[in-house]
Design a protein around this ligand. Sequence first.
Ligand SMILES: N[C@H](CCC[C@H](N)C(=O)O)C(=O)O
Length: 256
Amino acid sequence: MQQTFYKYQGTGNDFVMIDNRQQTFDKNNTKRIAHLCDRRFGIGADGLILLENHETLDFEMIYYNADGSQSFCGNGARCAVAFAKQLGIIKNKAFFLAIDGKHSASLSNGIVKLQMHNVDTVKKYDHHVFLNTGSPHHVQFESNIDDFDIKTKGAKIRYGQPYNKAGTNVNFVKKVSSTEFKVRTYERGVENETLSCGTGVTAVALAMHYIGETEKNLITLHTQGGNLQVSFNKESGVYKNVCLMGPAKLVFQGII
Ligand SMILES: N[C@H](CCC[C@H](N)C(=O)O)C(=O)O
């Protein structure tokens, strides 16, 4: 059966998007998902997202990394909201389900503002910070960030102790000012650097606040694919009202 797909990108983190409201896509075939995401033998993307019906919410988003594994994806969720608007499912507000639970989002002038879950556990170690923002993130400083082998150094951390096979995403950070940080991310499931990672920049913003590198509550993150913003409040040790903001764009559509 022929199926229409849409290609979206959010600050260069790119996704194959499929309207699966009629349940026509075979979700168990993770090999096919990986094939569709392959940049030489398939369409090419960092991940694939199925948009499905939900009983009480606007939609459900099912996210797969390029290797077919599953997690939550911040940029993917922002793109799914833009896709729901394109399909006429929502107007300028969305309530949807993802693998980590319910989310709300709003859209204005091409910018999608996504509400993330509260974060109550941030672990600070000698040379890094670890936290989960829907996906697991290792955050560490790298002063030589522009000229740094993200793939090799990121893989070493991702497959090393204590993460091992289950792994983590790895974010390298350079402080620009108290409101701006530069971030490059090695993504688990893509097993390479991506141009931007939404849960990653969210983790970096919270980590920088947690370790006292900033006292601000609105942080701009410079990624290889563009700028994202993260806002939050800290109340009784818990990061609340965590929002990820940035563009989400349709690139092209096709048939598979
Ligand atoms: N690109 C995504 C993260 C995908 C998560 C994935 N790489 C994992 O933890 O398995 C984002 O914008 O948040």
